[in-house]
Unconditional design. Structure first.
Length: 403
């Protein structure tokens, strides 16, 4: 392009597209020609290319993430970042309303209710945060739940001392603000304005991340017993199938005196060396086994009538095993819930059945062995205890599967 407005009376430019070696460049020739003609016209009209301020462009590359999985109403989101740092008033209204309720405790259904937002919009907002890796989805925490180590246990926290210390810092309640208000200052001991810390030093050294064991005796104030890395590994290893979290806590109450149980479990789930053993209900279609009893009294638990239920449970397990998903690890050894139902029918009244919140037809949809208790309780809006009692009154044999 020749013109007197240029310093050398001429302006030369090239336009090109960078393609991979495997691409057929012949199909792009027309595109390059059209764009080159467009830029030539812009240069002739307004000097678009020769002026630096007009031809500088701003762009930002965003990584491509895989599509997030569908979220469920009974899942519990937990932030992995501090959302306060990047949240502003331009966010979607639904996002702004649900974010304050995401605390690792509330399920998505509860978050939708607390934020007074549409459930489908809440799920879309959660998926949006999940897409960018801002949160992690957990199961509903309950002391009646069962947890067990995964196959990655030996290659993660069992052999990684740095992860053991990270876990100790995360679960140690002595570092919580409600326990020690000046948790942060010990990390900056050079600050002279923190006089309370010099006059009243903490009972335990904040630099020592290991949680103490129970309340130390007066003789051990200088070196109290703590749950060190080996102790943390032993606590995780003691979690097993067939043992509820409540039973596990009662066995290790001294070691867990200064450990946040919820955080302890959450840490293992996030790191991948712990998994939740879910409970499923399966209706075998068989009639409820009838316990031998007299009309004048109700059979007591542990009577001879439990024997046929054990046989019935074994027979039903062999029937349902081929229909269970491949991820099933085990089947619970509990006797059919219908055994308890027989006792309740014998001792109950007809009025009890009239007050059922969930009818048998609605409940039967969830008794295929594919719906976990968390899902059933969330969708039917009942507690796990209420669900268990309701299953006892279901007209038929119901097995509880653990996997």
């Amino acid at each position: 392009m020749k013109s007197q407005r240029y310093d050398r009376n001429e302006f030369i430019f090239n336009f090109c597209l960078v393609l991979s070696e495997e691409e057929d460049f012949s199909t792009y020739k027309s595109v390059v020609q059209k764009l080159a003609d467009l830029l030539r016209g812009l240069e002739e009209q307004s000097g678009f290319l020769s002026r630096d301020h007009s031809r500088s462009g701003e762009g930002k590359l965003f990584p491509i993430y895989p599509a997030p999985p569908p979220v469920k109403a009974w899942q519990v989101p937990l932030f992995t970042v501090r959302y306060q740092k990047f949240m502003d008033e331009n966010w979607d209204l639904t996002m702004q309303r649900i974010v304050p309720h995401i605390n690792g405790v509330n399920s998505i259904r509860i978050i939708s209710i607390l934020a007074d937002t549409d459930f489908s919009l809440t799920c879309r907002a959660i998926r949006h945060l999940l897409y960018y890796g801002c949160l992690f989805l957990l199961d509903i925490f309950s002391f009646s739940a069962i947890y067990a180590p995964t196959a990655q246990f030996s290659s993660t926290i069992a052999s990684d001392e740095a992860m053991q210390q990270e876990c100790a810092r995360y679960v140690n309640t002595t570092f919580a603000p409600s326990t020690i208000p000046n948790t942060a200052p010990p990390l900056s001991p050079s600050r002279p304005d923190l006089s309370p810390m010099h006059t009243n030093p903490p009972r335990f050294d904040p630099h020592d991340v290991w949680p103490p064991i129970s309340d130390p005796s007066p003789e051990d104030t200088e070196s109290p017993a703590v749950v060190d890395g080996i102790g943390i590994v032993e606590l995780y290893a003691s979690l097993k199938q067939g043992q509820s979290l409540k039973q596990w806590y009662l066995q290790h109450s001294r070691e867990l005196a200064y450990i946040d149980i919820r955080r302890f479990i959450t840490f293992g789930i996030i790191k991948g060396f712990l998994y939740r053993v879910h409970k499923y209900a399966y209706a075998t279609g068989l009639p409820a086994p009838v316990l031998k009893s007299t009309p004048t009294h109700t059979p007591l638990p542990g009577s001879t009538a439990t024997t046929p239920h054990t046989r019935s449970s074994s027979r039903a397990r062999t029937t349902v095993t081929p229909n269970t998903p491949s991820t099933a690890s085990s089947v619970g050894d509990e006797a059919p819930i219908s055994a308890s139902r027989s006792r309740s029918v014998d001792s109950g009244s007809d009025e009890e059945g009239e007050e059922e919140v969930v009818d048998d037809r609605t409940l039967a949809k969830y008794l295929d062995g594919l719906h976990c208790f968390d899902q059933i309780c969330t969708e039917l809006e009942i507690s796990e205890k209420e669900l268990t009692e309701r299953l006892k009154r279901f007209p038929g044999e119901v097995l509880i599967l653990h996997r």
